[in-house]
Design a protein. Structure first.
Length: 351
């Protein structure tokens, strides 16, 4: 019995010790696991502190968005993003799956962050394409969205397949959908690039060659009456045409000209009229001179008579005065007779 008791006690002690050791071990393991979980959580929080955190499930796992060029499957909780997007798609930020390329774009490689724009002259109207499947024909090019081919607009042309429409050079033009630009016809011009139609030369100007950039001014001696003149017209007789005129001008009176004249000249009639005018002027001056001379001669002829008449009048007045004085004096008859005889002599002299 003693032995049995001791054994039982020893067994109990051993069991108790084992239980204690097991409990201690279990406590250390639990504490280690708790420390490990806390450390992992802290590390995860520290590594993604700059990214927004959202709860994806009722579990305590935190998820962050994938960067460009990577993705993760929808509804799947993973601790890292993958770069397994297939070709013709892109792995976008915050997307749980790959996104197909839009129409007008393509992507030939896997795991890309962006799709590529179709090259000029190529288009695609479908989504999720690995290449732009349509090449534009000559005379056409891609539209602004690279989704369809359209004819080249007026003023542009494209002779190549899968290319862009180029603006026409000055002196050329093109209509919608043309492969090549054409030269402007005679009588017209195109001054700038990308001209849809050539302009006709204005009156007073002309163009006698194809592909003109500007029209020429009508030269002197010619006129250009209409729009789109190709060859200037000769200036007619008795008219003159200066540079750049649309109509000839008639010469003034007594002037004339020959063909292709840029000025008028006096005619023989002009010189005859001038000669007659000069002759008449000379005759008129001569007549005036003769009349002036004759007038002076008359004055010279009348001058002595006027002088004599003036002298006689003065003598008569003196004689009358003298006679009155003599009659009033107290002289005798003899003296009076002599005086009267003198007066009669003076009167005869005056006559």
């Amino acid at each position: 019995p003693t032995t049995t008791t001791t054994t039982t006690t020893t067994t109990s002690t051993t069991t108790t010790s084992s239980t204690t050791t097991s409990a201690n071990t279990t406590g250390m393991t639990t504490k280690a696991k708790k420390n490990t979980t806390t450390s992992s959580t802290t590390k995860a929080t520290t590594s993604h502190s700059s990214a927004p955190m959202t709860s994806r499930s009722p579990h305590s796992i935190l998820c962050v968005p994938c960067q460009k060029g990577s993705s993760k499957r929808k509804g799947q909780l993973v601790d890292k993003c993958t770069t397994n997007c297939s070709a013709a798609g892109v792995c976008a930020v915050s997307y749980p799956q790959c996104v197909p390329c839009d129409s007008g774009f393509f992507n030939p490689d896997a795991g890309q962050a962006e799709c590529k724009r179709c090259a000029n002259g190529t288009v695609t109207a479908l989504t999720g394409m690995t290449s732009c499947n349509v090449t534009c024909e000559p005379g056409t090019t891609n539209n602004e969205l690279w989704t369809a081919c359209t004819p080249c607009p007026a003023g542009r042309a494209n002779p190549d397949k899968g290319s862009v429409c180029r603006a026409c050079e000055p002196g050329q033009y093109a209509e919608n959908g043309w492969l090549y630009c054409k030269f402007c016809p005679q009588g017209s011009y195109a001054a700038s690039h990308g001209t849809a139609s050539c302009s006709a030369c204005a009156p007073g100007f002309y163009s006698n060659g194809e592909g003109a950039v500007t029209c020429r001014r009508c030269t002197a001696g010619y006129f250009c009456a209409d729009r789109g003149t190709i060859h200037p017209i000769d200036c007619p007789v008795d008219h003159y045409c200066v540079s750049g005129v649309a109509q000839p001008e008639p010469c003034p009176l007594l002037y004339g000209s020959s063909v292709n004249a840029d000025r008028c000249a006096p005619t023989p009639t002009f010189y005859a009229v001038i000669s007659c005018a000069v002759l008449l002027t000379v005759l008129f001056v001569l007549v005036l001179a003769v009349r002036s001379v004759r007038k002076r001669e008359r004055l010279f002829e009348r001058q002595p008579l006027l002088d004599a008449k003036g002298s006689g009048s003065a003598d008569g007045r003196d004689a009358q005065t003298h006679a009155s004085l003599s009659s009033s004096s107290s002289g005798g008859k003899s003296s009076g007779g002599k005086e009267s005889g003198g007066n009669s002599a003076i009167s005869r002299l005056m006559k």
